[in-house]
Write a protein that binds this ligand. Structure first.
Ligand code: C5P
Length: 393
């Protein structure tokens, strides 16, 4: 059984740590908790002990005998140290190497990977000192998750909320997986992923685009790379960082994407997540001036990259397409699977806040039928899909 040491800091988000413990236990991960002095103002050791079914540690100074010797030992027997919530104070101490209480002493003494889920007021998160500390920690190899954005307990709005427990669990599982070579199931495989929107120019300053953020595609590229695959990510214009270990090729238009995909072959699998513009406009060489009447756009159809690949001579063994629909999702996706020649279609209902959002609720359409997945963070959809791809290859 994999084990984590969970350090619960002093913030209102500490209540979510209780749910995180429950989810970890359900996923078969053992949990031991350290509760900081501040944390004890928000949750009790009893709550965490009951949920983790383990003793909870709160201070450096309660050693009863030699066998407890080291609390330091606590951080050594776990496979991963998780800090949730990671307050501004804890992050600052971690970055500076301060060991002033049990939690910070363990964090300085550990030889295991560390994952931190920040939670704090938006101004504290955006403060130059915290920005510096997070950059330092990431440079030291600590995984610092991005906080969620939204209304905060303090009444303000912005980034700073602790990610929801299912998202933290997904990050924990990913961190635990990345340690073992048995989990590198896609070593030696080349997988092509397309992501993001395409931009189709109308004139030198205007373009046709869509709401795709690229998040789901980037998460899939990351999950595949974590399983050891060599990943080529062909991306439209997005504002996301390239996942570790992924080769990224940036393009703007559908035709550029088609060329980049062709150039990246051969591949063992292709996962086409990009929201490719269906049409492009005849591009004016000069900026179109405002005249009496609005100009009419002459549209022509873009190449269907997925269909070309799936029906082409260099077809990867596994071709996965996506289908973003706002109605009759399964029906459209099932028809699309056949029409495009894909092995699987990942169908999602984008009538809500899926495009650009953090979570996704998908249906996997294969030759065997349709699987309905519960609503999950995009990172968890990616992790599960990557595992399925590894099964199929
Ligand atoms: O036809 P539709 O756009 O709904 O199909 C979606 C699927 O096809 C996605 O996997 C998308 O990446 C892919 N696609 C493509 N090239 C296009 C249009 C869609 O690869 N021109």
């Amino acid at each position: 059984m994999k084990r984590i040491l969970l350090i619960v800091g002093g913030g209102i988000a500490a209540y979510k740590a209780a749910e995180l413990i429950r989810l970890c236990r359900k996923a078969g991960i053992g949990v031991k908790c350290v509760l900081t002095e501040g944390g004890q103002h928000f949750v009790t050791p009893m709550t965490l002990a009951a949920l983790s079914e383990n003793q909870v540690y709160t201070t450096l100074w309660d050693l009863k005998d030699e066998t407890e010797m080291g609390h330091i030992q606590l951080s050594r027997e776990a496979d991963l140290v998780v800090v949730a919530p990671a307050t501004a104070d804890l992050l600052a101490k971690m970055a500076a190497g301060i060991a002033s209480d049990l939690a910070t002493t363990l964090l300085l003494a550990t030889d295991k990977p560390v994952l931190a889920a920040p939670a704090m007021n938006v101004r504290m998160w955006q403060h130059a000192a915290t920005r510096r500390n997070v950059a330092t920690l990431r440079g030291d190899g600590v995984t610092v998750l991005e906080p969620d954005e939204g209304p905060m307990a303090c009444g303000e709005y912005g980034p700073g909320r602790m990610p929801e427990p299912p998202a933290i669990l997904a990050a924990i599982q990913a961190a635990l997986d990345s340690g073992s070579s048995a989990s590198k199931r896609l070593t030696g495989k080349h997988i092509l992923v397309t992501a993001g929107p395409t931009h189709e120019p109308i004139d030198p300053v205007r373009y046709i685009a869509n709401r795709s953020s690229g998040r789901q595609g980037f998460a899939i590229a990351e999950a595949l790379a974590r399983l050891g695959a060599r990943v080529t990510l062909v991306s439209g214009p997005v504002t996301l960082a390239t996942p570790a270990g992924v080769t990224r090729i940036d393009i703007e238009t559908a035709r550029e994407m088609a060329e980049a995909v062709e150039a990246a072959l051969p591949a063992d699998a292709a996962v086409m997540v990009a929201a490719v513009a269906d049409w492009r406009a005849d591009t004016a060489l000069q900026k179109i001036k405002k005249g009496d009447a609005p100009p009419s756009l002459q549209l022509s159809e873009n190449p269907d990259i997925l269909a070309q690949l799936a029906h082409g001579p260099r077809r990867p063994k596994l071709v996965v397409g996506f289908a973003a629909e706002t109605e009759r999702v399964i029906e459209h996706a099932t028809a699309k699977r056949t029409r495009k020649g894909a092995d699987w279609i990942v169908a999602n209902d984008v009538s809500g806040d899926v495009m650009g959002g953090e979570a996704n609720s998908i249906h996997l359409v294969t030759a065997d039928g349709v699987e309905h997945w519960e609503r999950l963070p995009k990172s968890e959809v990616a992790r599960r899909l990557a595992e399925r791809i590894a099964d199929a290859l």
